[in-house]
Ligand binder design. Structure first.
Ligand code: ISE
Length: 337
């Protein structure tokens, strides 16, 4: 079966997903697009024969030719489109955030629970990265013993001028929060954010880097060093320390060249390069699940947990205080994952 996909939001990430759906993966075709900037939607559609440009997301979701919906629009619009997708009985792939407030995420959870089956996958693509999957396999197999600590670094070479310190938490560290929950199979209990000496390249009033401490409910402590002016490349690191051993996230350097007593490899330029394959695997798994009549991967619950945790992180950044994370009870729908 070919899944006929409608894409809501054709900015940078939306266009990248259209490229992968139409040129890289199998089992999908893009049949409709919409963007807040209608001209941009029309330009993108020019390269996609037969694709319809709708004027609203609601019209795209209602289109009988659209089997499933990809939401890659601006975060504050996600709730409306995800709810409409669920209402229309169409599977939804939503880029992070699932929604920008705890209440909006809860409305999505309530809608899915009312339908009685999962209709939403949230785009936490690191779960599909080969190196992260190998790390998780080592943790869950028990070979390093019970996890005690986890270290993560999330370094961006630079960010656009609209980026703020808050976005380090809710646009960047949100990935590390999802990885910590998934890797350790646990929820967060509290977040603390510390501000080290400021990078001289940070814009005025901008705290960068940040050191984020996540306390997991089961007692594991996770540190995330997050920076957005690292200059030298996009560098993602991780290590879990267990009772009997440790596991490190593999480097993504590809070919290592050894020459004249030195060795070298490539540091990815940005997250698109670093996670290109993870995005492909993520989408292929989603398409396969949709073709089989369901969904897979990070759920609306995971999207809710990430938004609640980043809200706590933002408060911790503002107040300098340890901030507790409190979540509602997990509905049965999200219990076996
Ligand atoms: C960006 O929005 C992403 O999602 C990337 O994965 C992350 O590494 C980057 O810091 C964010 O700005």
């Amino acid at each position: 079966m070919t899944v006929r996909v409608g894409v809501i939001g054709v900015g940078m990430i939306g266009q990248d997903h259209i490229r992968r759906l139409t040129r890289v993966l199998s089992g999908a075709c893009v049949v409709a697009v919409i963007d807040a900037d209608l001209e941009r939607a029309r330009t993108v559609a020019e390269d996609l024969p037969g694709v319809r440009v709708h004027e609203t997301g609601q019209a795209l979701i209602a289109d009988d030719e659209v089997d499933a919906v990809v939401v890659t629009s601006w975060g504050p619009t996600h709730e409306e489109y995800v709810l409409a997708g669920i209402g229309a009985g169409k599977q939804v792939f939503c880029e992070k955030p699932l929604a920008t407030t705890r209440e909006a995420c809860e409305r999505i959870i309530d809608a899915e629970v009312a339908v009685g089956r999962r209709m939403v996958m949230v785009g936490f693509m690191r779960r599909y990265d080969t190196a992260y999957r190998a790390m998780k396999a080592a943790v869950t197999s028990g070979e390093i013993g019970a996890p005690l600590l986890m270290y993560a670094a999330h370094r961006n070479p630079s960010v656009p001028s609209h980026f703020t310190s808050d976005m380090i938490i809710n646009d960047s560290v949100v990935h590390d929060i999802d990885v910590a929950r998934w890797m350790l199979d646990d929820e967060l209990a509290a977040v603390t954010v510390l501000k080290p000496r400021r990078n001289r390249k940070a814009a005025p009033g901008f705290a960068d880097p940040l050191l984020v401490l996540l306390e997991m409910a089961g007692g594991v402590l996770v540190t995330v060093e997050a920076s957005v002016n690292a200059s030298y490349g996009y560098d993602i690191r991780g290590e879990v320390v267990g009772e009997d051993g440790t596991v490190e996230l593999g480097e993504s350097a590809g070919a290592i060249v050894k020459r004249e007593g030195r060795y070298s490899g490539r540091v990815p330029a940005d997250w698109r390069e670093r996670f290109v394959r993870a995005f492909d695997v993520e989408f292929q798994e989603w398409l396969d699940a949709v073709a089989a009549g369901g969904t897979t991967g990070p759920s609306a619950w995971d999207g809710y947990a990430a938004t609640v945790a980043t809200d706590a992180g933002l408060e911790a950044l503002r107040t300098g205080q340890r901030t507790a994370v409190s979540m509602r009870e997990r509905p049965d729908l999200y219990k076996q994952q």
